[in-house]
Design a protein around this ligand. Structure first.
Ligand SMILES: [Zn+2]
Ligand SMILES: [Zn+2]
Length: 55
């Protein structure tokens, strides 16, 4: 089981994070989730990088 992960910018958990969320690779804002390194990634980039969103 993955997570909880913390936002790199504000240090909050994903459900508490108020940051503007967009993929840090492609700037997409659709289907963006926080990953283990504290950045947000869209689904495509998560799959490409094999990052897992917290469950
Ligand atoms: Zn945040
Ligand atoms: Zn992306």
């Amino acid at each position: 089981m993955a997570g909880p992960f913390y936002c790199l910018t504000c240090g909050a958990k994903e459900e508490d994070c108020k940051c503007e969320r967009y993929c840090c690779i492609c700037q997409n804002d659709y289907n963006v989730r926080l990953c283990a390194d504290g950045n947000y990634y869209c689904r495509e980039c998560r799959e490409a990088c094999e990052y897992e969103a917290q469950s």
